[in-house]
Design a protein around this ligand. Structure first.
Ligand code: MN
Length: 627
């Protein structure tokens, strides 16, 4: 599908009669000249990609500036055009948008490991102070996915994986459902080509039979709703291949069991009518009570609202209804873009660094467990910043970190030898406060050593510890200083010797009330094992005991099979024991696996044992350990 500039303008006219076509035409001419003879992999002129991407945005009814910026989005990266040229021609706002998109492209996302996907998503949301940049990036990615067949297979797979892991979840968070399912299905096509083709074939052979069934249900529902004098629209809802695939995995069923469930959507005028229609449908067909969800009373964190219910048809088959108002439907399809439309075509796009829009969503006070987890995740990274190495690797640091923290986060050797830094190509001093998205190049000098001053400048505990170590080595400062600093952090286990570090062994995973023994290295690093651990052997054993200090903070790591509501269940069981929780966080740690990290303050060791035993009983928990 190749869009022309005329088709694009026609599309824009359909929702914005006052569109500034001179701006769009100017951007088009500028981009065409700048890209010159550049071609896409498909051998089409490069400008086609830019118009196609802009068309995707026009479908979201965005304003002229976003369209223009989208048409220009590759000029800074692929052509000699400079930001100041764009500023001169199109003004600062558009130049900044293009610059923002270029910055994302320069990140080394492609080389990052998948385990970094969560940080990349967080980082993308945290580093962009203008959400429009991300929307343009998503349109760019969608058009690239549509022409993925021109690339080599390994590249296809890599890009599809990245799209599935990073860009589809971001579109979900922004509520851009139309973009999300297209990204997912295109990724699925390249990642699982056999399954994809199998699905495609099955869908086409079943199409007629299915259409007849849908018509039958619609006619029953129509008759009933008309009796009640309700204005409505009803239609069969196609299911995306990837959503079928995900449900197959989740429910462990085959294609037919998901696909054969007829899905219908009913759109009405107001909320009152939504519940009326629900009542009518439940009156006509038998509902499956546990399949009912009220996302009107409890919106999802991406603003999604709708009633969901599954009912049993007279022939015993099941049908799923989604009931919502026109506005809700718009938000469900267009997410944040619909939000702008309500604010008017000149709505506010500038968000503060923390993305106030996402914060706003959090204030919807969701009770739904899955949204609770989303909300928690978003809240937890507000005290961190994400910055980059010149190669584009992401480094997560505490807020207000300095180049010293960054240097030590990269490597302790770089930290020790750090004499200065260039942040975004500008020289800065070591006290400089880093912000989200900064690209940092550390300047080192071979014989340099850290100064005591640095302890005041560094924010991260890693940097502080390393600085102290280096100072101790170079100046032979009294060991007392080190102890003073380290004593801030108490250990869950007390030892008879002055341990430098204490770790619980992974082999036997000792937990409170277990009988334990310590093994000490020459450097006084102590590892704690269960007394009966088979790995103890002939090492030097030392006396240890559990620390029963009432103010002790303990980090629990919980590994579990990932499922909706898991973290909420864990948190509930902790709060039911009235234990103070300092921090909680969950992330996906592998295929269908989740890792939760919880920081607790407990009054005595029995209390901690209670918590652990309670959590152990939760379904899907695999392992609990103290870290
Ligand atoms: Mn592009």
């Amino acid at each position: 599908m190749i869009m022309t500039i005329n088709e694009l303008i026609k599309k824009i006219l359909s929702y914005n009669k006052n569109s500034d076509f001179s701006l769009i035409n100017k951007a088009y001419d500028f981009a065409r000249k700048a890209h010159g003879i550049q071609k896409r992999e498909s051998n089409e002129p490069y400008i086609n990609h830019l118009v196609n991407a802009a068309f995707i945005l026009a479908e979201l009814k965005v304003d002229d500036k976003i369209i223009a910026a989208c048409i220009l989005h590759d000029t800074l990266e692929d052509t000699p055009t400079q930001k100041k040229d764009l500023e001169k021609e199109f003004g600062e706002e558009i130049a900044n948008l293009v610059d923002g998109v270029t910055k994302i492209s320069k990140l080394n996302i492609t080389d990052s490991k998948i385990r970094q996907a969560e940080s990349i998503r967080k980082m993308l949301l945290a580093t962009t102070d203008d959400i429009r940049v991300i929307i343009i990036k998503l349109a760019d990615r969608l058009d690239n996915m549509r022409s993925l067949n021109y690339l080599k297979e390994d590249k296809q797979k890599r890009i599809a994986q990245e799209t599935l892991e990073i860009y589809a979840p971001i579109s979900y968070r922004l509520g851009l459902f139309n973009i999300k399912w297209q990204l997912e299905d295109l990724s699925f096509r390249y990642l699982q080509p056999k399954l994809y083709n199998d699905f495609k074939e099955k869908v086409s052979t079943k199409r007629r039979e299915r259409e007849i069934e849908i018509k039958k249900i619609i006619s029953i529902v129509e008759k009933e709703l008309k009796k009640h004098d309700i204005n409505f629209e009803i239609y069969g809802r196609p299911k995306s291949f990837y959503s079928i695939y995900k449900k197959m995995l989740k429910k462990n069923v085959d294609f037919e069991q998901i696909y054969d469930l007829i899905a219908l959507r009913i759109i009405v005028n107001d909320i009152k009518e939504c519940y009326e229609v629900l009542g009518i449908i439940h009156n006509v067909f038998k509902p499956i009570t546990q399949e009912f969800d009220d996302y009107i009373a409890n919106p999802k964190s991406n603003m999604y609202q709708s009633l969901h219910t599954i009912v049993i048809m007279p022939d015993g088959k099941k049908a799923e209804f989604q009931i919502r108002t026109k506005e809700m439907d718009k938000i469900a399809e267009e997410g944040i873009a619909a939000h702008w439309q309500y604010k008017g075509i000149h709505g506010d796009y500038k968000f503060d660094k923390k993305l106030s829009w996402l914060k706003e969503i959090l204030n919807l006070k969701n009770q739904k467990t899955n949204d609770f987890i989303e909300a928690l995740k978003l809240d937890l990274f507000s005290d961190h910043i994400f910055v980059f190495t010149p190669k584009g690797d992401i480094i997560e640091l505490p807020k207000d970190s300095t180049p010293i923290d960054f240097a030590y986060a990269v490597h302790s050797d770089i930290g020790d030898k750090c004499t200065g830094a260039r942040v975004n190509d500008k020289f800065v001093n070591l006290k400089y406060n880093l912000s989200n998205g900064d690209i940092i190049d550390i300047i080192t000098s071979k014989n340099h050593i850290p100064s005591r001053e640095w302890l005041k400048i560094a924010k991260s505990s890693k940097a502080k510890t390393k600085i102290l170590q280096a100072l101790k080595l170079s100046q032979n400062i009294p060991a007392k200083t080190i102890k003073k600093f380290e004593s801030k952090k108490q250990n869950i286990v007390e030892t008879e010797i002055d341990a430098k570090s204490i770790k619980l062994a992974e082999c036997c995973n000792p937990l409170p009330l277990d009988k334990i023994i310590g093994i000490s290295s020459k450097m006084n690093d102590v590892v704690i094992h269960k007394e009966n651990c088979i790995n103890l052997k002939e090492n030097k054993k030392i006396e240890v005991s559990w620390n029963d200090d009432p103010n002790l903070l303990v980090n629990l790591k919980i590994n579990a099979n990932d499922r909706i509501g898991l973290l909420a269940e864990i948190l509930n069981s902790i709060s039911s024991l009235a234990i103070n929780m300092e921090k909680a966080e969950a992330h996906v740690s592998g295929k269908q696996l989740a890792e939760c990290n919880i920081k607790l303050k407990f009054n005595n060791i029995e209390e901690l044992t209670k918590v652990i035993n309670r959590i152990k009983k939760i379904q899907d928990i695999r392992k609990i350990s103290i870290i």
